[in-house]
Design a protein around this ligand. Structure first.
Ligand SMILES: [Zn+2]
Length: 182
């Protein structure tokens, strides 16, 4: 069990960096999603959601921007060795784009019950996707991420996904007292 604990602790360390990106997005009035890409103990790219306010689009998601940053850096790092840490479960676009680009391990904090894409039934899709083996680690620092989404949805100035299934679900979640483990 010790190794598992170490791994979980490691996941939390990286997720805190993704949460810092989410905090920064929220401070700008954006949907609080952050993402970091990690390789051999180093962050190699990061991203935060933009264009969820003002001129909105569904392209500039945190994961897409982090992946673009990694690819633009033109490193020799194999994408298969990169772990993605996202503060929300990747949507269908992000999940598909990440795995198509070779990502095989995704760790996320808060589940996206409305638009999450990590439950895509790969084995029943075309051969390219059916052959992929993807490792998903959910609920790492879930509560820390949930707090940010509750803040976002409680703010009447944020119209993004207001009144949606995701907003309703998020506002109904209860926060449990945080154990003092650090
Ligand atoms: Zn996405």
């Amino acid at each position: 069990m010790k190794n598992g604990d170490v791994t979980l602790h490691g996941h939390e360390c990286w997720m805190r960096l993704a949460l810092a990106e989410a905090h920064a997005a929220l401070a700008l009035g954006e949907f609080p999603v952050g993402c970091v890409l990690v390789h051999e103990g180093k962050v190699i790219a990061s991203g935060k959601r933009v264009h969820s306010s003002g001129r909105t689009n569904e392209l500039d998601h945190a994961e897409m921007l982090a992946l673009r940053g990694f690819l633009d850096a033109e490193t020799v790092i194999a994408t298969q060795e990169v772990t993605v840490y996202a503060t929300m479960e990747p949507c269908l676009m992000c999940f598909s784009t990440l795995i198509l680009n070779g990502i095989r391990k995704i760790v996320y904090a808060y589940e996206d019950v409305m638009g999450g894409g990590t439950n895509l039934p790969l084995s029943s899709l075309s051969p390219l996707y059916a052959a992929m083996e993807i490792e998903i680690v959910p609920a790492v620092l879930r509560q820390e991420s949930l707090v940010l989404f509750q803040q976002f949805f409680r703010n009447p100035d944020n119209p993004y996904w207001k009144g949606s299934l995701l907003a309703d679900y998020t506002l109904k979640q209860t926060l449990t007292p945080h154990p003092l483990t650090f």
